[in-house]
Design a protein around this ligand. Structure first.
Ligand code: NAD
Ligand code: PPY
Length: 361
């Protein structure tokens, strides 16, 4: 991507910094603070260029704005990307601590415009380290007063989204996951829990990962392992991308042999065209910012809104209802589910913004 394209972005704020000592580059992007201070996790990964990191942070921050709005959470959307000089496992502890301290310093300088949390390759323990420098951190360890990892709640929300999708599709007359084939790509914190929930509900599990230990774990549970290269063309009822985003471009959308796509990864669709191809092929796509909102509900619910675990669970179950509304708008308006979810997010954001204005005046 050209630098001009990465900078031509409609969000509110971009912070970038480079650390010559470690070779890490930092990007924080705040997409919108219309509904409140912006929040979204810190993703650490190796990028080909800082331009790619800028672009990724912008897209992820935009998805956070939509996720907060469609989930009725009074927060804006933002995200951080730490572009590492090497893949995360190759970074030693001392270097990682220095990187986290610099990142915390960046967040502190924004003085609350942006709150971070755990994301790909960052943990609650990392949030504890950030908190030594800045208070604008979600998802610290439970022992230290935080809400802890959001992964289990994210998996529960995606599971609700799968059940709502099964009802919508009326798979062979069924409205449960019992007897369906579910393909989970990525058996990390979210994907492993999701796979177990689906298996408990009677689904046949196909799984893939790049990590041999996770595949051994899956073998032990009787799941069938699929080679990464075969994922797009493996027949299944539900494909659940739970690793990286951008896995479905218009080519993959044409090849896919799934009836539905319901996963945890952010920005599953590589482009708008992919959503249209899925619709043309009658493949039901659950927009990621609806399906994976369980983590945001857990973090913001527990740490900002004072919810207990029961209330978080109630709101997480409602992800299925929100998705059903999205499918209904898509059917009525004859538009992609992604476009329908954006309409619903806009409606809910407008309603929240009016309520905030009414409260103030
Ligand atoms: P994780 O790092 O724990 O797990 C990712 C898994 O994907 C790992 O097991 C990794 O080996 C595997 N993987 C990486 N590349 C792969 C590939 N090409 N093919 C197959 N497997 C591959 O991350 P996580 O917390 O489980 O999050 C998964 C996804 O869900 C991410 O995209 C994340 O942004 C998104 N998400 C997570 C949360 C949350 O609460 N953790 C919330 C919303 C969205
Ligand atoms: C996500 O849901 O994609 C996140 O980044 C998790 C999150 C949600 C809310 C605050 C901080 C992190």
């Amino acid at each position: 991507m050209a630098i001009d394209d990465a900078l031509r972005w409609n969000g509110e704020l971009t912070l970038t910094r480079h650390d010559p000592h470690t070779g890490a580059s930092f990007v924080i992007r705040v997409d919108s603070t219309r509904l409140g201070q912006a929040a979204g996790g810190t993703r650490a990964a190796h990028y080909d260029s800082v331009t790619d990191a800028l672009d990724d942070a912008g897209r992820l921050a935009g998805a956070m704005t939509l996720k907060m709005a469609v989930s009725n959470l009074p927060m804006g959307g933002g995200k951080s990307v730490i572009a590492l000089p090497a893949p995360r496992p190759a970074i030693d502890d001392k270097t990682w601590t220095r990187i986290l301290r610099l990142h915390a310093d960046n967040i502190e300088r924004l003085n609350g415009a942006y709150w971070t949390g755990p994301d790909l390759n960052t943990t609650s323990a990392d949030m504890d380290t950030l908190y030594d420098t800045t208070e604008f951190v979600f998802g610290r360890s439970v022992d230290l007063g935080g809400a802890g990892s959001s992964a289990i709640n994210t998996a529960c929300g995606v599971f609700e989204a799968m059940k709502a999708t099964a009802v919508h599709r009326r798979f062979g007359g069924r409205n449960t996951l019992d007897g369906l084939t579910v393909l989970v790509q990525g058996l990390g914190a979210v994907g492993s829990h999701l796979a177990m929930l689906a298996a408990e509900a009677g689904a046949r599990l196909l799984v893939c990962d790049v990590d041999a230990d996770r595949l051994d774990w899956a073998h032990g549970l009787g799941f069938t392992v699929v080679a990464s290269a075969h994922v797009p063309t493996t027949p299944c009822d539900i494909f659940a991308p739970c690793a990286l985003g951008g896995v479905i471009d218009s080519v993959a959308a044409r090849e896919l042999r799934a009836a539905a796509v319901v996963g945890a990864a952010n920005n599953i669709l590589a482009d708008d065209r992919a959503g249209s191809v899925l619709r043309e092929r009658d493949i039901t796509y659950a927009p990621d910012f609806v399906a994976n909102a369980g983590g945001a509900l857990h973090l913001v619910g527990r740490e900002v809104l004072g919810w207990n675990t029961d209330t978080v669970e109630q709101h997480t179950k409602a992800i299925g209802d929100t998705l059903t509304e999205v499918y209904s708008i898509s059917d009525t308006e004859q538009i992609t589910t992604d476009a329908a979810a954006r309409i619903l997010a806009r409606r809910r954001a407008d309603a929240m913004a009016s309520a905030i204005t009414a409260e103030v005046s």
